[in-house]
Design a protein around this ligand. Structure first.
Ligand code: GAP
Length: 458
């Protein structure tokens, strides 16, 4: 069973150092969160799993890491300047502001029915670039990572000789001035996306769309989010984003309800076409604004016929933060033990665990034990599995409880038997809580074997 409430997750995240509210010592800022010592490891592991699946394990995807500050014209021709907005209403009584499509006809704060007519509120953040802020030299903080993939299309094609079907993958920050950020890290103003723009020959787009929906569900399953906790929502025609011909949302049952975890959109030739010069020569499917500013034609030329074709784009776009929330929610368990006591455990898949192992000296002031434990930690760290923690608190019972709660799959305890007896250590398994003694010298091989059993790799 996943966590029973968002409060349980928020509390664990703060107490154990996963996620903190940003600027909390000054009262905090709505819709902004900071990832702490364990949160940064979990988030990095989730992103690494996506990159492995999208870039390393495929032969048809290249990577990209583009700038966050985005040319104004990019977001003009993408359609975001004109259309990337949510409907805003004001309460005339208490002055609260709401997203019109998130509320009924009364103010959730004071109950008044005295609301203004909805008006579009553009979600993009702007910032001045350079020393003089005269209102003209600004850039946008990108609202999606996708646009830089489109504007770099020519460079990637020219430098890699790719032809459709192929994709460009990117992970990075995106910013949206959400009217009402809410539900912890679910809807925030600064977040990360993992986006793939997969370029295909027109006519094959619908098959590739189905392919990517299925591939993404399978990937979420490997992150510990089972298929039966996901639902597909085919977005209604009148709700589609301006660039989309069809979108299937992968919905997950978050603690606050069933909501979008990832969207898989068929963006057609809209974006490459919009950013291209000489659009008249391109047989575009979608109506786009004439582009008088671009210096590139974002299309593929047939070497024989010399005809140009603008590929269609299938885009699986997942939120990293929503992914972290889903993964934490699925992993969270409160178990009743045989002796009637309870333990909280994060049963994270091995490759996502923030700490791969904790090395625990039974006595923190015994030189021989401490030295052996520190040397083992240093050796295990070199295996490249991820973070290994030298546990310095010295209370073994508490250490096991803490590591269960943060999802550390293995604890290794060094005691008197290790340094004065048969040279073995205790290896404790998070899920079964079984403890076995193995020779100290065999610990690195045991850890390597344990992490290679996880098909994802650590
Ligand atoms: N490039 C397509 C795109 O940006 P989107 O559905 O607006 O599509 C994709 O966003 C994903 O980004 C969502 O499925 C969600 O996981 C994440 N996301 C969007 N807005 C978010 C927000 N305010 N806070 C956290 N994650 C968000």
């Amino acid at each position: 069973m996943p966590a029973q409430s968002m409060e349980a997750l928020v509390s664990l995240c703060k107490r154990r150092g996963f996620i903190f509210q940003s600027g909390e010592i000054y009262g905090g800022m709505q819709g902004l969160y900071d990832y702490g010592p364990l949160g940064v490891e979990l988030k990095n592991n989730l992103k690494a799993a996506w990159w492995r699946a999208m870039v390393y394990e495929r032969d048809d995807v290249e990577g990209l890491d583009a700038s966050i500050l985005t040319h104004r014209k990019t977001l003009k021709y993408s359609g975001h300047e004109a259309t990337f907005s949510d409907p805003l209403v004001d309460c005339r009584q208490c002055k609260a502001r709401w997203r019109a499509d998130h509320i009924e006809d009364q103010c959730p704060a004071c109950g008044a029915k005295d609301l203004t007519e909805p008006r579009p509120f553009n979600l993009m953040f702007k910032t001045a670039v350079g020393p003089v802020d005269d209102g003209t030299n600004f850039a946008y903080m990108r609202p999606e990572t996708a646009q830089a993939i489109f504007t770099n299309f020519r460079h990637v094609v020219d430098s890699t000789a790719r032809r459709p079907p192929f994709g460009i993958a990117q992970i990075g920050k995106a910013f949206r001035n959400e009217i009402t950020p809410r539900n912890f890290i679910f809807r925030v103003r600064e977040f990360e996306q993992m986006e793939l723009e997969f370029f295909v020959t027109p006519g094959t787009d619908e098959d590739w769309h189905r392919y990517w929906v299925e591939a993404r569900i399978a990937w979420w399953e490997a992150q510990g989010v089972p298929r039966d906790r996901l639902e597909l929502l085919v977005v209604e025609a009148d709700e589609l984003a301006h660039y989309s011909k069809a979108t299937t949302d992968i919905m997950y049952r978050f603690p606050h309800g069933l909501e979008e975890l990832e969207g898989v959109a068929n963006r057609t030739d809209f974006d490459l076409g919009s950013h291209s010069k000489d659009q008249e020569g391109l047989a575009l499917s979608a109506a786009v604004e004439p582009n008088t500013d671009s210096n590139a034609r974002l299309a593929i030329q047939d070497p024989d016929s010399k005809a140009w074709q603008v590929p269609y784009v299938i885009e699986p776009s997942a939120g990293v933060d929503r992914g972290v929330l889903a993964v934490l929610n699925e992993a969270y368990r409160v178990e009743t033990l045989d002796n009637g006591s309870e333990r909280t455990v994060l049963a994270l898949p091995r490759h996502l665990a923030p700490l791969k192992a904790a090395v625990i000296p039974l006595k923190k002031n015994h030189d021989g034990i401490v030295e052996t434990a520190r040397a083992l930690k240093a050796r295990l760290q070199k295996l490249g599995l991820g973070r290994i923690l030298y546990e310095h608190t010295g209370n073994i019972g508490k250490a096991y409880r803490r590591h269960d709660e943060v999802g550390t799959p293995l604890c290794i305890t060094i005691d008197f038997e290790t340094i004065e007896g048969d040279g073995t250590v205790t290896l404790r398994d998070r899920d079964s809580m079984t403890q076995q003694r193995i020779p100290l010298a065999e610990v690195p091989a045991a850890l390597k074997a344990y992490y290679s059993e996880d098909g994802e790799g650590a």
